[in-house]
Design a protein around this ligand. Structure first.
Ligand code: GAP
Length: 448
């Protein structure tokens, strides 16, 4: 019997997830042996599988399952001209305020405000009156600057991209010329982006180096609003199809003063993180802002000529822009559960099977040679089809708990009866129900 209710959930779910991630090899503090490097994280053996599954699920939904979106993998290093045109050099800034006593820096727009909307100074630990002496707000550009080649002068400046989107706009004409795509169509890209965030934090939620999953959907200008609605719905469904429940996720329209410099309308898909609602993904109407800006700055024509209507226009863009690390954290939080099976408590990650790092664990009941060799045969059948784990140590109960905790949907146990009847016991992670399956049916069972 399984029991689970609100009371069985840990008080601090975030702490439980961070501990589990470290203990079981999902996420480690980066540069740990040197004391750690602030707000950077390394994905371990299980984390890399989970994150890859999130990315694969996104790419499948956005590219493979459709006939109107193609993929791209563009460069991370890009010259200043790109960021001049895109508006990021001038506009991709946060207002920064500094305490003149302790020199702690804050994002002005994230400070608490009084009833008149004026920012409240946080408490300063070094000031005797315990009031923070905040200076004037300065705009701080979030892009990481570097130099290409050996000479560090202004001619050699490059920026690490703060969004993958610009690589897509720069390749718009390349893709028109090399494929049969025509608006409405999209270009999808997964890759790292970098922002020198003033206040990173909440584990992998806000970091300076992160992965984005972005798609720019190019449409005739008059179709902008309808595709905006379409993509908001599609993207909400994607999270829900992968196990996020409808009360954990919502759409929130940006207020006018929240909009990015390129957007005329944005909706955030938000997830109920342990500290409250937080952004998972933004769906934005970027209009023709980017293509027009790159046309003007490069001197090249980035419009589309529609042969059927004999019209030339600069397409409007609807952009669903998701964060892979934030989505991974949301899936972990949503899946995390503590329940009781037959009077024994367990931690279980009820991850959707497409996201689970291992699809199955193959477990011999004991280390006896006959069982281990059959285990190996079964592992050899399954390995080409999916990521699996083989575990021969500890009692079978402990091994089940271990697999529950990392979200493995199926445990396959080889016992002494297996040697007689060529069948195995298959245990379901969520229900803990067990059934006997002939080895000859295992491949079909697992791929169903
Ligand atoms: N191209 C549009 C764009 O970049 P954004 O809302 O700034 O829009 C899109 O970023 C998504 O990227 C966010 O919804 C979030 O999931 C993720 N993201 C942005 N900044 C992040 C950070 N510092 N750490 C982790 N993820 C981040």
């Amino acid at each position: 019997m399984i029991m689970a209710d609100e009371e069985n959930q840990p008080k601090d779910k975030m702490e439980a997830i961070v501990n589990l991630c470290k203990r079981r090899g999902f996420v480690f503090q980066s540069s740990d042996i040197y004391g750690g490097f602030r707000s950077t994280w390394d994905f371990g053996p299980l984390g890399v599988l989970l994150k890859k599954n999130v990315k694969d699920a996104w790419f499948k939904a956005m590219v493979q399952d459709r006939d109107d979106v193609v993929g791209l993998d563009s460069a991370i290093l890009m010259p200043p001209a790109v960021w001049e045109a895109s508006g990021h050099l001038a506009g991709f800034t946060d207002p920064l305020v500094e305490c003149s006593v302790c020199h702690q820096r804050y994002r002005q727009d994230q400070l608490e405000v009084d009833s008149d909307g004026n920012p409240l100074a946080p408490k300063c630990p070094q000031d005797k009156k315990n009031v923070c002496q905040l200076g004037e707000a300065k705009n701080f550009n979030l892009m990481f600057k570097t130099f290409v080649g050996p000479v560090e002068d202004s001619a050699n400046v490059a920026y690490l991209r703060p969004e993958t989107a610009q690589g897509i706009f720069l390749n718009f004409v390349n893709i028109l010329n090399t494929t049969r795509m025509k608006p409405p169509f999209g270009i999808a890209q997964i890759g790292k982006s970098f922002r020198n965030e003033i206040t990173p934090g909440n584990f992998i939620f806000r970091t300076r180096e992160f992965e984005q999953m972005e798609m720019e959907f190019f449409v005739p200008p008059d179709q902008g609003p309808q595709w905006y609605e379409y993509w908001k719905n599609e993207r909400m469904k994607w999270y829900q199809n992968l196990g996020i429940s409808s009360d954990e996720i919502r759409l929130r329209d940006h207020e006018q003063d929240e909009l990015s410099h390129y957007s005329t309308g944005t909706s955030d898909i938000e997830f109920m993180y342990p500290w409250g609602w937080g952004e998972l993904e933004g769906v934005a109407q970027r209009t023709d802002f980017d293509l027009k800006a790159h046309s003007q700055h490069s001197g090249l024509d980035l419009s589309y000529y529609d042969q059927q209507t004999n019209e030339r226009y600069v397409p409007y863009v609807v952009e669903p822009a998701a964060g892979c690390d934030r989505a991974t954290l949301a899936f972990l939080l949503s899946a995390y559960c503590e329940d009781e099976v037959n009077g024994e408590s367990r931690t279980v990650l009820k991850l959707h099977k497409d996201l689970a790092p291992y699809k199955a664990a193959v477990l011999p009941l004991s280390k006896k040679e006959e069982l281990v060799s059959t285990t190996k045969k079964i592992a050899d059948i399954l390995r080409p089809l999916m990521h699996i784990d083989v575990d021969v140590t500890q009692s079978i109960g402990k091994r089940y708990r271990r697999q529950d905790e990392i979200g493995t949907p199926t445990c396959i146990t080889i016992d002494f009866d297996t040697l007689e009847d060529n069948a195995v016991t298959v245990r379901d992670r969520d229900t803990t129900k067990q059934e006997r399956i002939p080895i000859s049916n295992l491949e079909n069972f697992m791929c169903a």
